[in-house]
Design a protein around this ligand. Structure first.
Ligand code: GLN
Length: 292
């Protein structure tokens, strides 16, 4: 039996739904598009186009993997983030829309042709630094990660986006070895899930994403305790920090940045209106005559 695009979409949707996938309609569309080399428009304008036997076999494989709760991003090997497409695999956190809040605020803070230096800690796929550099042609970035496998992903993404001349991707333990006051902007999406909560995460995350990028220690705050003073150390005076947090960490993380000396510390919300990013600045070089 030959399968048409629209039949492929609906049968895939039904299979994913019964497997407990929580976004069966979108996932089915993405898998059918990829397996059948079809665009989103083809599904609507050419719904009766038949899949070739090879395409149908590819789709079967994709659906079986998705039904076992492998993330769509791992099946397709890519994920769109902000305005860029990133290659991803199981060594990096799949970029999430919440993290776009970091990018959005960085772009608001630095004008298009401004030259600035940014540091992205725990760079993973490169999502944050590459999305920013793609829109700020005079900026330069350094991405640090402890995982060599993650750096390989980030390097390939940088090359595909033609940004490898403006980004350095280095293995390191957070800020270890970085000089004081070298950056105008520091970003990070550190691991922030409390260890005991990891087992309660969706199977897509729990079984397929790197623990290293998720597990924030007993209370989820280990990385912030370490990073807050270090981010303040490596920021230039007046520099900006944008650090992702868990939706329930809007009370616990800001005091750590306050204590480290950050000024104008605030919490930004994501599109679901949940606390998502801590923002703050390092004190600018003061006018010694002024006191507040
Ligand atoms: N937001 C991610 C999740 O809930 C966690 C990301 C992180 O720990 N930095 O799956």
């Amino acid at each position: 039996m030959t399968l048409t695009l629209v039949q492929a979409w609906t049968t895939t949707r039904d299979r994913l739904k019964s497997a407990g996938v929580d976004s069966p309609v979108i996932d089915a569309r993405l898998l059918v598009e990829a397996a059948a080399s079809a665009t989103r428009a083809d599904l609507l304008t050419d719904p009766y186009r038949p899949l070739t036997p090879d395409q149908a076999a590819t789709l079967d494989d994709y659906v079986e993997r998705r039904a076992r709760r492998e993330p769509v991003s791992h099946i397709l090997g890519r994920k769109g983030f902000w305005k860029i497409m990133l290659g991803v695999n199981s060594h990096v956190l799949t970029p999430r829309p919440e993290t776009e809040v970091v990018v959005d605020h960085a772009l608001r803070a630095f004008e298009e042709h401004q030259a600035f230096d940014m540091l992205d800690l725990g760079v993973g796929s490169g999502a944050i630094v590459l999305a920013i550099l793609a829109e700020r042609p005079a900026a330069r970035g350094l991405g640090v990660d402890v995982s060599e496998e993650a750096l390989a992903v980030a390097r390939e993404n940088a090359a595909n986006l033609d940004l490898n001349n403006r980004v350095a991707l280095l293995r390191g333990d957070w800020t270890a070895g970085l000089q004081d006051e070298g950056f105008d902007l520091v970003t990070a999406n550190p691991p922030y899930i409390p260890s005991r909560d990891i087992e309660t995460l969706a199977p897509e995350v729990r079984d397929h994403e790197p623990r290293l990028a998720l597990d924030g220690g007993e209370d989820g705050l280990d990385a912030y305790r370490l990073l807050a003073p270090e981010i303040l150390r490596v920021l230039k005076p007046g520099g900006l920090l944008l650090v992702e947090i868990g939706f329930d960490q809007g009370e616990s993380v800001p005091p750590l940045f306050h204590a480290a000396g950050a000024q104008a510390v605030g919490v930004l919300k994501d599109l679901s209106d949940r606390d998502r990013v801590v923002i703050g600045r390092k004190k600018a070089l003061g006018n010694p005559g002024m006191s507040h």
